[in-house]
Design a protein around this ligand. Structure first.
Ligand SMILES: C[S@@+](CC[C@H](N)C(=O)[O-])C[C@H]1O[C@@H](n2cnc3c(N)ncnc32)[C@H](O)[C@@H]1O
Length: 223
């Protein structure tokens, strides 16, 4: 089968999954903020009213945090139901429903101060992840910042969705990275590392079939 179709099917498994679990995800995580130290590091590099794009915005917990602080927040997620539940919880706010691989359709080069992607890029196949880093690099202004997470491991697999019990066996595409993979990926672009934190996942709801370590990484675009 054509590789583009295979990669599309992997991403589709993710979109369908989040459409199914959106309501419960919103109840559990819609306003739940953790890892405040990461948010604080991120904000150290933001100017007042900075424009932040949240990739894989889900049910809007990041919106609730950043909008209160006066930043211009835009969410992007390809699950219509995650957006609907975000609106139920927070009211309407700027939210693009599309696959993040289409990011550059919406943003000009050098137009964003910051991109935030928590617990979302581990659902992208390899080539898509590489292209996404390139797109994020291009849409960021010089000195713009990019916060992303990855889960330590290697390769890809279909994992169980914890919310879906019996029908949720092997339904969700995950892709793990080693620290070296990420270092190599970053080396393709002029990104400078600002901050890195490793976190052991302990929640039953963590999607962590072959990895329990999440890495938060903050980098800056340098020209
Ligand atoms: C685990 S949730 C995290 C949501 C949010 N960032 C949070 O921390 O609560 C992953 C989100 O990424 C979104 N997502 C995954 N792959 C995506 C893609 N290719 N394009 C757009 N959204 C995607 C899913 O729909 C889901 O809402």
């Amino acid at each position: 089968m054509n590789k583009n179709i295979i990669d599309f099917n992997k991403r589709e498994s993710v979109r369908k999954n989040y459409d199914l679990i959106a309501e419960q995800y919103g109840k559990d995580f819609g306003t739940y903020i953790e890892d405040l130290d990461v948010y604080e590091e991120f904000e150290k590099h933001l100017l007042e009213h900075a424009k932040i794009l949240d990739l894989g915005a889900g049910t809007g917990r990041t919106y609730s945090y950043f909008s209160k602080k006066g930043y211009q927040y835009i969410g992007l997620d390809f699950s219509e139901e995650m957006k609907n539940n975000a609106y139920k919880i927070h009211g309407e706010f700027p939210y693009i429903v599309d696959d993040m691989i289409n990011l550059k359709k919406y943003f000009a080069n050098d137009s964003l101060d910051a991109v935030f992607a928590a617990y979302s890029l581990f659902h992208l196949p390899n080539d898509d992840l590489k292209n996404l880093f390139c797109d994020v690099y291009n849409v960021l202004k010089p000195n713009g910042i990019f916060l992303f997470t990855y889960q330590i491991g290697s390769g890809e697999e279909m994992v169980d969705e914890p919310y879906l019990k019996e029908i949720g066996k092997n339904v969700l595409y995950m892709h793990y990275q080693s620290n070296k993979d990420i270092k190599n990926l970053l080396s393709l672009f002029s990104f400078e590392e600002l901050f890195r934190k490793e976190k052991i996942e302990t929640s039953d709801m963590a999607i962590n079939a072959n990895s329990i370590v999440t890495v938060f990484m903050l980098v800056k675009k340098i020209k």
